[in-house]
Design a binder for this molecule. Structure first.
Ligand SMILES: [Zn+2]
Ligand SMILES: [Zn+2]
Length: 393
């Protein structure tokens, strides 16, 4: 096997990047910025260089915009055909370049029949839903049907698919790489004994189990029963029974704010040792020489995981047109923006300057950011406004 003795060279490292983690529909609400609003898309790079993309939600567009053409061929596994898992396809720039080659894998829908995934492509780009049709996608495309229970190899990696319990069907995937095993089980509702047992098998001894955690256990038992999703608690049950090492909560509800997801993560961590809540930009590497699993977040998100608040000096223009400057704290900081509590009420869409002190690995640093006011929630009782800012630099 390639690189069996070459641990020092990092030959065994499998890298998993999260480009979209939100379920059902993308969100742009500032209260969801930190975990991110793009719908499901993951990218896995195996030790042998094989590139596998899981699902084609709106996160796929972002992946396409950072495309490095590292691979002559890319393999794309599509769990099912609901909007949130396919909507990135027409906006995935690498599909419009002749030099790229894609292999797509999904199941045959009983509603579509033969060539289901190809039909999905054609239909979502049909007039008048999209300005160009599929003939504009000049990349080479091959579509393959996978049935539940099937296993196949891509390079040195073994893929196994199993059906999950979801309206109109869904596949879960187990990807065994020389760097470790990842199981992707989103859009699944527990409660079907046969399918539950199959998921447990699929997740057996996985290094990472990415599991649907859209609802709270209470919602799952009442108002959201039968909607085809799961909860952090069910994820813990599967992870324990299967002997999975790390659980990743995924497919966050569009109505779940960052603080709500923080709460779900907190509860899950009380029940299981190693849990992450998937967030956009998160990268997990496994299979490093010391056998440790590492998760990296973009710096500002990592800071938020410590629930830090940053002291900041903010300056801008008030609604009445006067310049102001004040000291405050910044919370809910993400790459795209932040919520800032201000005594002054800035003008909507005016520019704000934010000077912030952040504590990183190398000591205290000052960050200077410029952004625009996109939302103001006035709290008259406290005499403060909660101001949503989108950063432009
Ligand atoms: Zn979904
Ligand atoms: Zn779905």
């Amino acid at each position: 096997m390639n690189g069996q003795t070459n641990n020092l060279g990092g030959n065994f490292v499998t890298r998993l990047s999260f480009w979209g983690v939100r379920g059902s529909t993308p969100t742009v609400d500032p209260a969801t910025w930190r975990y991110g609003g793009n719908t499901p898309c993951l990218e896995l790079t195996a030790p042998d260089g094989t590139q596998i993309i899981l699902d084609c939600g709106t996160g796929l567009r972002v992946l396409g915009s950072r495309w490095a053409a590292r691979n002559p061929e890319t393999h794309i596994l599509v769990t099912h055909f609901h909007w949130d898992h396919i909507q990135g396809i027409p906006f995935f720039a690498p599909l419009y370049s002749e030099s790229n080659r894609f292999h797509f894998y999904s199941f045959r829908s009983k509603h579509l029949g033969h060539d289901s995934l190809q039909q999905v492509f054609e239909t979502q780009m049909a007039m008048p839903y999209f300005p160009v049709d599929m003939s504009a996608m000049t990349a080479k495309k091959r579509f393959m049907e996978v049935s539940g229970g099937e296993s196949f190899c891509i390079g040195e990696n073994r893929i196994t698919a199993r059906h999950l319990n979801h309206p109109q069907g869904c596949l879960g995937f187990r990807i065994e790489t020389p760097g470790g095993t990842i199981v992707y089980a989103t859009d699944n509702e527990p409660g079907d004994a046969k399918l539950d047992a199959e998921l447990q098998q699929l997740a057996a001894d996985a290094d990472i189990l990415i599991n649907d955690a859209q609802y709270t256990p209470e919602q799952l038992a009442t108002t959201r029963r039968g909607w085809g999703h799961s909860s952090w608690r069910e994820g813990v049950i599967v992870a324990r029974a299967a002997g999975a090492k790390t659980l990743v909560l995924f497919h966050h509800d569009p109505d779940s704010t960052d603080r709500m997801v923080d709460g779900l993560l907190h509860q899950a961590r009380e029940e299981f040792d190693s849990v992450f809540a998937a967030s956009e930009g998160m990268v997990i590497t496994l299979g490093s020489a010391d056998g440790k699993l590492e998760a990296h977040m973009p710096e500002t998100r990592t800071a938020m995981r410590r629930e830090a608040q940053f002291r900041a000096r903010v300056s801008g223009i008030t609604e009445g047109g006067h310049a102001f400057e004040e000291e405050t704290v910044v919370r809910d900081l993400a790459i795209q923006g932040a919520m800032i509590s201000l005594a002054h009420c800035p003008r909507l869409q005016s520019e704000l300057q934010v000077m912030m002190e952040t504590e990183g690995a190398n000591g205290i640093k000052t960050m200077k950011l410029r952004g625009y006011v996109v939302r103001i929630d006035a709290d008259e009782k406290k005499g403060h406004s909660s101001v949503g800012v989108v950063f432009t630099e």
